[in-house]
Design a protein around this ligand. Sequence first.
Ligand code: HXC
Length: 260
Amino acid sequence: MEWNTILLEKEGNIALLTINRPKALNALNPEVLTELGQAVDAISADDEIFVVILKGAGEKAFVAGADITAMKDMTALEGRNFGQLGQEVFKKLEYMPKPIIAAINGFALGGGCELAMACDIRVASEKSKFGQPEVGLGITPGFAGTQRLPRLVGKGRAKELIYTADIIGAADAHRIGLVNHVVPEDQLLEFCKNMAKRIASKGQIAVRLCKSAIDQGLEMDVDKGIAYEAEVFGLCFATTDQTEGMTAFVEKRKPNFTGK
Ligand code: HXC
């Protein structure tokens, strides 16, 4: 499929998904959000794709936020609908069965930080900047930043970032657990591709069940989460991948997973 603001490329079993609006620092308007949702649907339906890397086009930004020009004259109802559109697309992205790594190559502000947080894993270049600048514009975060940020970095740190609208660098983002790794800019994509390849070489049913157990489990109380884990663990024993993975270990060879 072809989109105006989104690029989807494949390298083997890895998809490179790019927000492609570099002149506006990849700001999210309704068109970008709608096309991103369509791209996520296409990725979910494509059996060849095991792992996704999400990045922003250009050198300056991952995503510099929701599009301020598009929001400026919105009514309360239009604002609510715009927020809800972004929330739904980000939820679709978060809960798609395949792992998604955010490769953050510059500004990840407002809706951009919220988009990165909807990904499974975040890797930042040394020059990247993070923040929730919304209160400086007279609004709250609206693509679930008030929910995902405290879950990721803790309530106190999230409140400080959101109330002050402070912009922090990659090292601070790493220190508070907002990103998993910080790497030099020229190594960012290679680092993410290497991680994606390591994930893609494993049993994909197991990887997807791990994602589901973690994401669904965190929405339940711990006893229900543990019970859910027992179910997905049991399910693995009905797969060829489990037989192959364990047989390969015993035979001292590399497994040949088929995703069955
Ligand atoms: C619309 C944006 C934009 C945005 C940048 N641009 N961010 N357009 N919405 N969020 C545009 C600029 O207007 C400019 O267009 C071009 O991108 C380059 O940006 P500059 O400002 O010239 O670059 P620079 O001086 O390097 O500053 C970079 C920056 C700054 C610090 C990132 O652009 C900035 O502060 N952007 C806004 C960041 C922000 O507040 N994000 C949160 C938005 S609210 P022209 O045409 O002039 O070249 C949000 C809410 C989410 O995200 C929830 C919604 C429901």
